[in-house]
Design a protein around this ligand. Structure first.
Ligand SMILES: O=P(O)(O)OC[C@H]1O[C@H](O[C@H]2O[C@H](CO)[C@@H](O)[C@H](O)[C@H]2O)[C@H](O)[C@@H](O)[C@@H]1O
Length: 283
């Protein structure tokens, strides 16, 4: 994408369903929802999760879309308020963040959330001992997310090997405390069951009475949202599924295979969103 191309050359879905989704969004943008993952989709992947920030073009592109589409929503595994802060989303009128895979909602600067699952405290206390017992390599890092706990291996010497070493003991620990494991890009998150990005997205689309959706994601957590859009297509909703593949850190194969459009990471997502805004305004 990019390089001064026109919208019609830039945005070419690989599937009929994707074309249906794109045409529906362009024909009735006021009934469309643009739904976006955060890390890897709007924010480049970095070694330190607390250093992740939205690509500098994100807020401008979203501000261009906000007045012309039905709704903008970010669906993320991050705490909702943190994603809003790292994304600069307070500067985008009407944008909603569904955080913790849909357990939290940020809207107009206010976060709403249920009680923290009691198992999180147990996992938080037990995890250091488990990591020591199984010989987690140097660089293994625990992100305390408040209502979940994530074990990252990106900063170890052999991140994929470390992830495999930790997969079973982390799963056992999660089960012991009534949590589930959410795997992602070099991360295993222990989180409460009962929500996922598919349920979160479906609920939001219903709430807004959407007739079409563009969903963009890059990670395993986004597979549930892709599956939800595929299911809703069978019920009359039009959908365009976008995989934000990245150079040097492979996109999730399953997501790329199911996508109608693959773009080049957050840079490609920004180009897509900016071009979509221009195309809608030009019609
Ligand atoms: O649903 P998302 O918005 O994609 O969030 C998923 C997880 O993203 C973060 O981890 C990932 O990004 C980090 C920063 O680039 C990177 O260092 C890490 O390897 C990735 O897995 C975040 O830290 C997690 O809490 C999110 O659940």
């Amino acid at each position: 994408m990019g390089g001064g191309m026109g919208f019609d050359e830039m945005v070419v879905p690989a599937t009929d369903a994707g074309w249906d989704g794109l045409r529906a969004i362009l024909a009735a943008p006021g009934e469309a929802v643009v739904a976006l993952d955060f890390d890897g989709t709007l924010a480049p992947i970095v070694a330190d999760p607390s250093a992740a920030r939205a690509h500098p073009g994100v807020v401008g592109a979203l501000r261009g879309l906000a007045p012309v589409v039905g709704a903008l929503v970010v669906v993320t595994g991050r705490p909702a308020g943190l994603a809003a802060e790292y994304g600069g989303f307070a500067g985008v009128p009407g944008l909603v963040v569904l955080g913790h895979y849909g357990a939290e909602r940020w809207e107009g600067g206010v976060v709403t959330a249920p009680e923290v699952h009691p198992g999180v405290a147990g996992v938080r206390a037990a995890l250091p001992g488990v990591l020591e017992r199984v010989g987690a390599p140097e660089g293994t890092w625990v992100e305390d997310k408040g209502r979940s706990v994530a074990v990252h291996t990106r900063r170890t010497g052999a991140p994929e090997v470390a992830l495999e070493l930790l997969r079973a003991p982390v799963a056992d620990l999660a089960a012991e405390y009534g949590l589930v494991v959410e795997p992602g890009r070099l991360v295993l998150e222990l989180r409460p069951p009962g929500v996922d990005k598919g349920a979160a997205l479906t609920g939001f689309l219903r709430e807004r009475g959407a007739r079409s959706v563009l969903y963009a994601g890059d990670d395993l957590g986004d597979v549930a949202a892709f599956a939800a859009v595929e299911k809703l297509r069978g019920q009359g909703l039009a959908g365009l599924l976008v995989c934000a593949g990245t150079v040097g850190d492979a996109p999730v194969r399953e997501l790329a295979d199911r996508a109608d459009l693959v773009v080049d990471g957050p840079e490609g997502v920004v180009e897509l969103l900016a071009a979509l805004g221009e195309a809608v305004r030009a019609r």
